[in-house]
Every structure is written in structure tokens, then in C-alpha cells.
Design a protein around this ligand. Structure first.
Ligand SMILES: NC(=O)c1ccc[n+]([C@@H]2O[C@H](COP(=O)([O-])OP(=O)(O)OC[C@H]3O[C@@H](n4cnc5c(N)ncnc54)[C@H](O)[C@@H]3O)[C@@H](O)[C@H]2O)c1
Length: 365
């Protein structure tokens, strides 16, 4: 096996619009920690599609099976539907040949065995409470999951630097805090607010320190406002649809003028696969979004085409939510050949159509 230094010397950024069909992950063994979630299962399927061996490690607790069977507050139709989505994820991963291991990555003793047996060449860290609202309600648990799972991944990778060629850390656009300009690039200094954003910022710093101290190559990914099929992460795109179908109003905070860089999961996964396909990974941070913020009111307008009777109510702006906008993606374009393909008009319409079909199928059965 080449040494880390040799691998770093061979590492070349992908520049220019390299087509996805030219990418390969053959020979890679990619471990996804927190990989049974929304992003993780899409990424697992994408990695398999490019020829990698994939192991998903997940304790199935947050936004997953344990939550769905144990939380008494979930509306019954929504619970049934979400269970279907989560079971579909497992079915799809199993059919694609993804190895799924039920492990709590906070426990080093539990993570060590799959890590040594699978011997990953790349590790993607996704485990977190992925909602800023819920993280603020459970700060101890949110930091515990975010930081201790990452600590274990870094520690195990530190002992295998000749083997682990890249750590990909899922950060968030929330690290930027309140946007002072309409758009931000990766050189803007983060000013995180709240438990979720601060946990992400601490995570980024841990990953950068691992690079400084042990030369573990990293890719930090900052996505924003994701949406797409089989999502149960309670983000606005999903909440709007579910409220509409349950005859609840859509709440437009501050009149719906707040802007978010909505990104469909397929575009995010394209960028992540490009970053994983780098020979060793760079030591770099990337915004990975559609790259054009849209208002929440625009999202609601699309939804209205599908559920015309939906009630829309205005609410005062939520003071705890940061002011957001566009994440500039020129760096990802330059280094990864990333080019998002699906604007909100297409992606959210597809999502609405998919969700309505799933809802009808459930009601029919
Ligand atoms: N969805 C978004 O819009 C978005 C945006 C920015 C960043 N992110 C980040 O990307 C990552 C993945 O997001 P997602 O939307 O797929 O979230 P998700 O909640 O669907 O997935 C997270 C997964 O982590 C697992 N997990 C939690 N604690 C664990 C533990 N101790 N051990 C093993 N597994 C554990 C959960 O069971 C879940 O399956 C998160 O770190 C999130 O903060 C998401």
C-alpha cells in the first residue's frame, strides 16, 4: 500500500466539468457514520453506483427507526409514511450491497470492531441531531452525538493514517451565522449561533486539527436547506407538504421573505461523490448547494399548485433563526467540477409529486 505522503503527492483536484460517468470509486472502502439517515442512504447508493464497497454504521435513533416507533407525538399517518420511507432506505441499500451495521458511534468500544474489520479507505461523518431547533432543545445530547462520534472517527483514523485517505465531515451553512451580505463564500469567517451551528463549527475545527497534527486529509461539506425523497428530517420543504396534507396551515415567518439556498439531494450527492473521487481528498472546505437562495414564499407557491386549498398564515420572524442567503459554490466548481443541475422549480415539483403518490398509496392500503 502506498504511504500517505505518496498518496498526497499523487492527489490531483478534479478541475473542469468532469462528467459523473468518468468518475470511479472502485477499490475504495467507504464507511458512512450516521449513514442510514437521509443524506447517508442516498450517498451510500451513489458510492455503490461508482463501484465502492460501502459500510453504513448507524444507531438508528435520531430521525430513524427508534424515534419512529417510540415518539408518541408523531401523527399516525405521518408515522406510517415515515416508517415506509425508512424501510425503503434499508431495502434499497441491501439490494445495492451496502453493509449495514447497528452501532452507536459514541462508544469507541462499539465502533472499533467494524472499523478494523471493514478497514475503510474513506470515512464520511454524518451522525448528528440534524435539526437546529431540536439541537437547541437537547444541547447535551446534540453535543454528545456531534462531538463524541467525530472524536472516535478521528481517533481510529489517526491510528490508520496509511489506510484512511480522506475524512469527509458534514458541516452546515449555519456555521456562517447571520449573513451580512446576500451571499457567502468559504473565506467568510464563521459566526455560529446556537447549539447545532456551534457543534458543527467545533467539528470543523477538530477535523482541521487532525489534518495539522496527523495529516489526515479532509473535506468539510457545508450544505443548505436540503430536500428530496425519503427525507424525514423535519425541514421546511417536508413540513410544508405534511402540514398541507393534514389540513394544517403553512406558517410563513416574517411573511415568507426569508431566503434559503434550497438544494435537492441529488445535487448534493453529486458534489460529495466528486469530492470522494479525489485520490486522497484535499484539506478543504466546500459550500455544496444549488447556489441561488430563494424565498420561503416561493417554496409555498410551488406547493400550492399541488394542494390548492392549503391555508397560509403569516407569523412574526423567528428571532433564533439566522438570516441566510446564497452560498457561493465557485470553489466546488473549480476543484470538484461540481455543477448543480436541478433548480427549485423542478426539484420541489418532483418532490411534491413523489410525496403525493406515497400519501395516496398509504391511504389506499
Ligand atoms: N439535511 C440537511 O438539510 C442538512 C444540511 C446541512 C447539514 N446536514 C448534516 O448532514 C448530516 C446528515 O444529515 P441528514 O439530513 O442525513 O440527517 P439524519 O438525521 O437523517 O441522519 C443522521 C443519522 O445519524 C444517525 N446517528 C445519530 N446518532 C448516532 C450515533 N451516536 N451513532 C450512529 N449513528 C447515529 C441517526 O440515526 C441518523 O440515521 C448531519 O450531520 C446534518 O447535521 C444536513
Amino acid at each position: 500500500m502506498p504511504t500517505l505522503r505518496e498518496r498526497l503527492e499523487q492527489s490531483k483536484p478534479l478541475s473542469g466539468p468532469v462528467p459523473m460517468s468518468a468518475l470511479s470509486l472502485a477499490g475504495e472502502r467507504i464507511m458512512l457514520v450516521g449513514g442510514a439517515g437521509f443524506i447517508g442512504h442516498h450517498l451510500a447508493l451513489g458510492c455503490r453506483g461508482l463501484g465502492a464497497e460501502v459500510m453504513v454504521v448507524d444507531n438508528l435513533q435520531i430521525n430513524n427507526l427508534v424515534k419512529l416507533v417510540s415518539d408518541p407525538g408523531i401523527e399516525p399517518t405521518v408515522r406510517r409514511l415515515h416508517l415506509n420511507f425508512v424501510l425503503d432506505r434499508f431495502e434499497m441499500m441491501r439490494e445495492a450491497g451496502v453493509d449495514i451495521v447497528n452501532v452507536d458511534a459514541r462508544a469507541m468500544s462499539d465502533l472499533t470492531e467494524p472499523f478494523s474489520e471493514f478497514a475503510p479507505t474513506k470515512v464520511v461523518h454524518l451522525a448528528a441531531i440534524s435539526s437546529a431547533v431540536i439541537a437547541d432543545q437537547h444541547p447535551g445530547l446534540a453535543y454528545d452525538i456531534q462531538i463524541n462520534t467525530l472524536r472516535n472517527v478521528l481517533e481510529l483514523s489517526r491510528m490508520k493514517t496509511a489506510q484512511v485517505g480522506q475524512i469527509m465531515f458534514m458541516s452546515s451553512s449555519t456555521v456562517y451565522g447571520d449573513f451580512e451580505t446576500d451571499s457567502v463564500d468559504e473565506t467568510v469567517r464563521p459566526r455560529p449561533r446556537g447549539v447545532y451551528a456551534n457543534g458543527k463549527y467545533i467539528g470543523e475545527r477538530m477535523v482541521r486539527e487532525a489534518w495539522r497534527l496527523h495529516h489526515i486529509p479532509y473535506t468539510i461539506i457545508r450544505p443548505s436547506a436540503l430536500y428530496g425523497v425519503r427525507c424525514i428530517s423535519q425541514r421546511v420543504s417536508q413540513k410544508f407538504m405534511e402540514n398541507a396534507l393534514l389540513n394544517k396551515p403553512l406558517y410563513l415567518e416574517g411573511g415568507g421573505g426569508g431566503r434559503l439556498d434550497f438544494t435537492v439531494i441529488e445535487d448534493l450527492v453529486q458534489g460529495m461523490l466528486r469530492a470522494l473521487a479525489l485520490e486522497t481528498g484535499l484539506a478543504m472546505t466546500f459550500n455544496l448547494t444549488y447556489g441561488n437562495a430563494r424565498t420561503i414564499a416561493e417554496l409555498a407557491d410551488i406547493l400550492k399548485e399541488y394542494v390548492p386549498q392549503v391555508r397560509i398564515e403569516e407569523r412574526p420572524p423567528a428571532p433564533q433563526k439566522p438570516k441566510r442567503g446564497t452560498l457561493e459554490i465557485d470553489r466546488a466548481r473549480a476543484y470538484l467540477g461540481f455543477e448543480p443541475e436541478i433548480p427549485l422549480e423542478i426539484g420541489y415539483r418532483r418532490y411534491c409529486e413523489w410525496y403525493l403518490e406515497e400519501w395516496d398509496r398509504l391511504k389506499r392500503n
